[in-house]
Write a protein that binds this ligand. Structure first.
Ligand SMILES: Cc1ncc(COP(=O)(O)O)c(C=O)c1O
Length: 391
């Protein structure tokens, strides 16, 4: 893997014709250290967010040894990391996946949100007595970019019944929730804990673990979240009010917040038409969230001798495929002189960028490099960050 000090050094040396994933493992390591030092419980990484070996290595090196996996392929991959503890937190799993997880990979920890799923887990593990079962409850989503409560989660009397039934077969009973990805204010976690508390009291069960899921935010051009410290404060204060013993485990499963700022995408401009730039990756590639959900990632032009006083203009991006939904509206602020052949760094795409890219139209091939400089935005440091273009 080639290493460069900066994106400019990389494009000067390689002049890449395909898009480049530029990983900054040191940024993933910094994020992991922040979480392991500040979160008042166990930190598991949501493997789905980015499975680059360089970022996984950095997370692991910084002390993350628990991983949340969502499929057989993810668990098989994650299980190759020495000494890991895996949590299978997808609330709906095939019978085959449950068997494989329990018998081949020694996974004891499963999420569920229905009695039918509970029965599947019991049947497929042969009535195992060592299961850690987490009931996934639906919680209100507040200030989240990608709410998740419609697809998964149980509420009300159904949730109470499920907790009681799960308690009867679980060695360890947990409650889990997800406030929605890119949640920008901590009150969402406070509201979720209120639901957890009500449910524990009404169901009258002993709960051994609370898993607050992911949802912790990163920074984007169009999204400036509250400080991570504020999220931790709300979680600590809420946990202190839970009707559980001091032995109750507290777990989190961040994906986005651990890796978002640890990877950039370097694209080449194939054509300019006014304020529209045709670039060599897009909505079927690592910019899915920009095309489909309107994320505005930070950008900067990577050109030798760039006049930093040049005025900035708002641009839209078109991806390389022949599909007209391959469009990223932005606005992405770039120097007025941007032209065909220029390279652009699109920052903070580490969460779900690489993970969501497809091979549509024969694209989806990337070069990979490591960069040693800082990302355009970091929620973990303000030291010497390069300038991201902002209005
Ligand atoms: C069960 C579970 N845990 C954790 C995550 C990670 O979420 P985020 O990337 O918002 O931190 C997800 C994302 O979908 C999830 O489904």
């Amino acid at each position: 893997m080639e290493k460069f000090s900066t994106a400019l050094e990389m494009v000067t040396a390689l002049k890449p014709d395909i898009p480049v994933f530029a990983a900054r493992p040191h940024a993933a390591g910094r994020a992991a250290r922040w979480f392991t030092q500040n979160f008042p419980g166990e930190v598991a990484y949501a493997y789905k967010a980015n499975s680059s070996v360089f970022l996984l290595g950095a997370l692991y090196g910084a002390g993350i040894t628990q991983f949340d996996v969502a499929s057989v392929v993810e668990l098989e991959d994650a299980a190759t990391i020495p000494g890991v503890r895996l949590h299978f937190m997808h609330p709906v799993k095939s019978r085959h996946a449950i068997r494989k997880a329990y018998f081949d990979y020694d996974i004891k920890c499963f999420a569920l949100d229905s009695e039918d799923e509970l029965q599947k887990i019991v049947e497929e593990t042969g009535g195992a007595k060592d299961l850690e079962l987490f009931v996934r409850i639906a919680v209100p989503s507040k200030n989240s970019r990608i709410p998740l409560e419609r697809k998964f989660g149980v509420v009300g009397q159904r949730a109470q019944r499920l907790l009681v039934k799960t308690r009867q077969v679980a060695d360890e009973l947990g409650i889990t929730f997800h406030v929605g990805s890119q949640t920008t204010t901590p009150d969402a976690y406070g509201m979720a804990f209120d639901e957890v508390k009500k449910l524990i009291v009404k169901a009258g069960v002993v709960v051994d673990a609370i898993d607050v899921g992911g949802g912790f935010p990163s920074r984007y051009t169009d999204s400036v979240p509250a400080r991570l410290e504020d999220f931790i404060e709300v979680i600590k204060a809420s946990m202190a009010k839970m009707p559980v013993t001091e032995h109750c485990r507290l777990i989190c499963e961040p994906g986005r917040a651990l890796v978002a700022e640890a990877e950039s995408l370097i694209v080449k401009v194939d054509l300019r038409k006014g304020d529209e730039l045709y670039i060599n990756d897009g909505g079927y590639g690592a910019l899915y969230d920009s095309a489909q959900l309107g994320f505005v990632f930070p950008v900067r032009l990577i050109r030798d001798g760039l006049d930093t006083n040049e005025p900035l203009l708002p641009f839209e991006f078109w991806g390389p495929t022949c599909d007209s939904i391959d469009h990223m509206k932005g606005p992405f602020l770039l120097p007025a002189s941007v032209r065909e052949g220029d390279y652009i760094e699109i920052g903070n795409i580490g969460a779900y960028g690489r993970a969501l890219s497809t091979r549509f139209n024969g694209y989806g091939h990337y070069k990979e490099v490591i960069l040693q400089d800082e990302p355009m935005y970091s929620i973990y440091t303000e030291d010497d960050l390069p300038i991201a273009n902002e209005a």
